[in-house]
Ligand binder design. Structure first.
Ligand code: COA
Length: 227
């Protein structure tokens, strides 16, 4: 059974056993596979200065196995854009209470490109939109490679460039601001065939959040009986 869990400061103790495998997976994916050698560490864990108490993680679990994840960091805290890539945003890094920065989105190799059901990556995009609306966000800032843009366009994520793409380590990289709103969330839900929120908020009952409604899928046109 596939679930997407919100993990943050207040409930991290319930997920502590996932963190070491999570950081190892990040090392396997970003250092060994993608060869982002600046992230290499001798202990085989990819952990950076943004993995702080302020970071929020979405863990995608299938029968309790971690198969994908994403990280969100409040932009009032230090971010990739503010501390490493400020020059990617022409008007300066985003620093707003209603915007979180997304990073480290991944799906384990054996669960990529799935076509039998919704792709895990689509579930994560839907889940983070639900998370954003639930806590009152209006947008996500992201430093990303340009190949994400057509993918976002296809799924209905509206990404507004904040500056021109730059070549960094042979990658075309830019900064964007993505809208986080209910219309986008509903559209994503329809694409993955869901009629209700997806997130698991274990141990977070004290969190002040907006409850999202169940939504109805559009009716398919009635089939006309053959004359
Ligand atoms: N460079 C360019 N395009 C890429 C890419 C890369 N490094 N990774 C994925 N894509 C694009 C391609 O168009 C690819 O199509 P292809 O199969 O014809 O090459 C398409 O995405 C599908 O990607 P795939 O990996 O098969 O499946 P997915 O959609 O289920 O998962 C990711 C997409 C990004 C979640 C997954 O590839 C992943 O976890 N990658 C490693 C982590 C990563 O690089 N994250 C982004 C930076 S934080």
């Amino acid at each position: 059974m596939l679930e997407i869990h919100v993990v943050q400061r207040d409930n991290r103790h319930l997920y502590e056993h996932y963190f070491d495998p999570y950081f190892q997976l990040r090392h396997d994916i970003y250092v060994k596979q993608r060869k982002w050698m600046a992230l290499d560490r001798p202990d085989g864990r990819e952990i950076d200065q943004f993995d702080t108490e302020d970071a929020v993680y979405l863990f995608c679990l299938d029968d309790e196995k971690l198969i994908g994840a994403m990280r969100a960091v409040p932009t009032l805290s230090p971010t990739l854009m503010s501390d490493i890539f400020p020059y990617l945003s022409l008007r300066g890094p985003i620093c707003r209470p209603d915007v979180y920065e997304l990073s480290r989105v991944f799906v384990i190799p054996e669960r990529r490109g799935e076509h039998a059901g919704p792709r895990v990556e689509m579930l994560l995009l839907t889940a983070i939109t639900e998370y954003g609306i639930s806590i009152g966000l209006n947008g996500f800032s992201i430093v990303l490679e340009a190949w994400w843009l057509p993918r976002f366009e296809r799924c209905g994520w509206k990404a507004h460039p904040l500056g021109l793409p730059q070549m960094i380590d042979d990658m075309s990289v830019l900064a964007v601001l993505v809208d986080c709103d209910e219309a986008t969330w509903k559209s994503l839900c329809r694409q993955i065939g869901r009629t209700s929120p997806i997130l698991t908020w274990r141990g977070l009952s004290g969190l002040n959040r907006q409850l999202l409604p169940d939504i109805s899928l559009p009716h398919s046109p009635a089939v006309q009986p053959a004359q």
